[in-house]
Write a protein that binds this ligand. Structure first.
Ligand code: CTP
Length: 431
């Protein structure tokens, strides 16, 4: 009901000062050029939902390039012009980005009618978009500041929590919208409205996803996997049988879903120990493909990730079996544990901890993380030289022995290490 009394002007006034400033500047430049200017799309949707979204998309009913240049004179960011499309991107020092597009100039109300230029351009710009909730526009010119254009009942759909396309060929014209519908439904907790649901099913049946390049599919999947609501999206993708389209053997089972559901808690747990950012996408991907047979892994990871990410994900999945086997051994030696886990990246530790389903393995992973991960030899070859040991391959053997003793808790200080090194030397000479 709050939507009925929606006062967009007041919502704009509540935005952070720097965002308000950008909107003000855009409105003023629009006034100076005597053109209508709107902020559109996700920004307006999220403003209405009172959620943060500071990616600003501006539509100008006029020359986007000239407008962008005039705006940037005042904002002094970095501007990139795309003359061919009449669009521009302004990046500000604080990381804020401003996308500017020219509304398509002409719109014919009916065949052979004179083009309605001023009043209609924003309409036709909005009409080409994906979902009603993304088709709201807010005017920025001083005279009409905060005026909400809602040609396609987007506000109603926000209220009813519905994802709805504007026309029946929307998914055929742009099949990436299948992924977008799923992503927005999951993120916002909205439902894909009945007819739209039917259009998605039909588009999938008509092989529209196969028409997209691998790159575009990967980009959409990446956006889905990066969201907090990834589980809901995966379930929808499974229900629409999208995974089967991507790879005939790919299914998302309940075990996988359950593990992905726990993942953010596991990441948080490790974050409290490491205080270090992790590549969540990498971990989600490992977890997503954990039950996929190793033999066919390469073919399927490629659908989700670019080569650099594949290189990170694939070995962790392939090595999983042997690592779990080692960590299930009874009376596992501390040094063997140390050697097995030392090479792992934080992302792999988190993944194995979340994935293994075995409290013993989890115990070992946590024990290593808390007690062993920082254990290193203090002494080095120079120290061995200083106490008169002749350089050679024996150095490595001695230092390995010292490290083993240190991991086992047999030596603590640097002096301990040096004494132990002498003992190790005698032992090795005796062998
Ligand atoms: N859009 C579209 N069809 C697409 C991609 C984008 O119609 N395949 C339109 C939508 O109206 C969208 C706008 O372009 O609102 C901007 O796209 P994007 O930045 O991807 O969407 P946001 O809604 O801003 O999404 P997000 O909140 O994830 O940034």
């Amino acid at each position: 009901d709050a939507l009925e009394e929606l006062d967009c002007y007041a919502l704009i006034e509540k935005l952070p000062t720097d965002v308000r400033h950008i909107l003000d500047v855009a409105g003023r430049v629009g006034d100076e050029l005597n053109k209508n200017v709107y902020v559109v799309g996700g920004f307006v949707r999220d403003l209405v939902l009172q959620q943060h979204n500071f990616d600003i998309d501006i539509v100008i009913e006029g020359d986007g390039i000239a407008f962008a240049q005039a705006v940037n004179e005042k904002l002094r960011g970095e501007i990139t012009l795309y003359h061919q499309f009449g669009t521009a991107l302004i990046s500000l020092d604080n990381g804020q980005e401003l996308d500017i597009v020219s509304a398509r100039r002409e719109y014919y109300e009916y065949p052979a009618a004179l083009p309605k230029v001023e009043k209609s351009t924003i309409w036709s710009d909005l009409f080409r978009r994906d979902f009603t909730i993304n088709c709201l526009a807010l005017q920025l010119n001083k005279k009409n500041k905060g005026l909400l254009l809602d040609y396609f009942a987007g506000l109603e759909d926000i209220k009813e929590k519905k994802i709805r396309v504007l026309y029946n060929l929307s998914f055929v014209e742009d099949p990436t919208r299948i992924f977008r519908a799923i992503r927005f439904a999951s993120r916002l907790g909205f439902e894909i409205e009945g007819e739209t649901h039917g259009f998605i099913q039909q588009a999938i049946k008509d092989h529209m996803i196969e028409k997209l390049s691998d790159d575009r599919v990967r980009e959409e999947l990446k956006l889905i996997l990066q969201e907090k609501s990834v589980c809901r999206s995966l379930l929808l993708l499974e229900n629409y049988k999208v995974f089967q389209v991507l790879h005939k053997d790919l299914r998302i089972d309940n075990d996988t879903l359950e593990k992905i559901r726990c993942l953010d808690d596991t990441i948080e747990r490790f974050n409290e120990i490491f205080y270090q950012p992790v590549n969540r996408l990498q971990i989600v991907l490992m977890q997503l493909l954990t039950n996929f047979p190793t033999e066919g892994l390469e073919g399927v990871i490629n659908k989700f990730a670019t080569q650099s990410l594949v290189k990170l994900v694939q070995p962790s999945l392939t090595n999983k079996g042997s690592l779990y086997k080692l960590l299930q051994e009874e009376d596992l030696d501390k040094f063997a544990l140390y050697q097995a886990l030392k090479p792992l990246k934080l992302e792999e530790m988190i993944f194995y901890y979340n994935d293994c389903n075995d409290p013993y393995i989890q115990h070992y992973l946590m024990f290593y993380t808390l007690k062993l991960r920082d254990v290193n030899c203090e002494i080095c070859g120079e120290d061995l030289k200083a106490i008169g040991i002749k350089p050679g391959p024996i150095y490595k053997k001695i230092l390995d022995e010292v490290l083993r003793a240190k991991v086992k808790g047999l030596v603590y200080s640097r002096d301990d290490e040096l004494n132990y090194a002498m003992k190790a030397l005698e032992k090795l000479r005796g062998e």
